[in-house]
Design a protein around this ligand. Sequence first.
Ligand code: HEM
Length: 423
Amino acid sequence: MQGATAPAHGESDMASDMTAPATMLAQQPDNVPDDRVFDFDIYRDVPEGSDFHASWHELMAQVPHPLMWTPHNGGHWVALRADISDVVMSDSERFSNRTVLVPKDTAGEAYRLIPLSLDPPEHRPFRNLLNENLGPKPLKPIEDSIVDLTVSLIEGFRAKGQCHFVEEFAEQLPVRIFMQIVDLPVDDLPKLKHLADQFTRPDGSLTYPEVSQLFRDYLTPVIAARRGADGQDMISRMVNGQVGGRPLTDLEAQNICIQVLVGGLDTVVNMLGFTFSYLARDHDLRRAIAADPSRIDDALLEFFRRFPVVSSSREVKQDGTFEGVELRAGEMVMAPTVVVALDDAMNDDPLAFRLGRTARKHSTFGKGSHTCPGAHLARIEMKTVLREWFARIPEFRLAKDELLRFSNGIVGSVKPFTLEWDV
Ligand code: HEM
């Protein structure tokens, strides 16, 4: 890397010593000034003993520019300030959704999914199909199932005085509810979850084209069986829907189904992981919620603000100046949602978890036309969980000697941990 300044900032957990072999690093293009280059790899695990969100906050404090460039993952820019991240996410005149993942040539190519990889106006009719299925009205019938499953999962381990929270709860509830919404067998869950995780936190077991192909192999017969039938599940309704007055092609039907599976199988799981690993360490917050469950609504708003997890990217549409640097058409700019909520200019003492904040600014569910269509589902699931959990297990803690560990990636996560309580 020519004239790299990155090692000078090596104390940060996220922009740290070069660990990837030099051959994996992109050449610094001549439009990238030396002082913008930092050693940052979105797929590098958060070091043991460090916290995912605190590491991002530290990176924002250490890098003296609102837009840095890294040679990792094909070479790309990273927005480190709230206003910039929001503009990159939402200004489709300058930043295209054609490619939303880095590395552009591998993950980006494989992830040309619908509707996330479409720009307006093409995006709108596909997005309407999602909104029709994920709004409060279509989800009303599923609300009882969310309560029933939440209660039965908690009751399944309450008497034991402990649970492996991620495996026994966080990975069960949202994904089983989601399988019900799309009417797919629960037995297929491990396979689909493994595939969905390969897009957001690849473990190297499959290449991106293999992940895409396995999704397509799985969905092809499902879509064929539901086309023209009168099923009322989300896949049936989408594949029998219309876009611009015509039915979806097979490829479009696959791409929208894969998108929904990837969006629906991962995010709430991780939000639950961050929420409960935090609750287990904040005695005052647990006491406040247990004493007055009506505070759950406010707590939920703060959980969504404090624990953003998604870092997607956009492709620069044309050469031009942006925030003091020259961007070239085709370059990738990452717009982490975490830098919005954790920007000191947006929220006072942003790392502090505070009930009763008067203003909360964040883009946890995105910004602009691609803002998450699953937000309502996420809210009702999280609210149900907090209500039913505190009604049954108001006091709990991390298991003795439990050390929390975090994964980075397009969707950040807490690695599995154990909770305990007195019975
Ligand atoms: C706490 C949970 C969730 C979080 C934090 C979250 C976050 C996000 C974010 C930040 C985006 C925008 C990405 C971008 O613009 O590049 C997004 C889009 C999307 N999300 Fe979610 N999401 C959550 C839950 C869900 C669920 C439960 C579903 C499905 C049922 C879902 C499906 C989608 C889809 C399909 C898109 C693409 C929308 C479009 O392109 O118009 N998400 N989500």
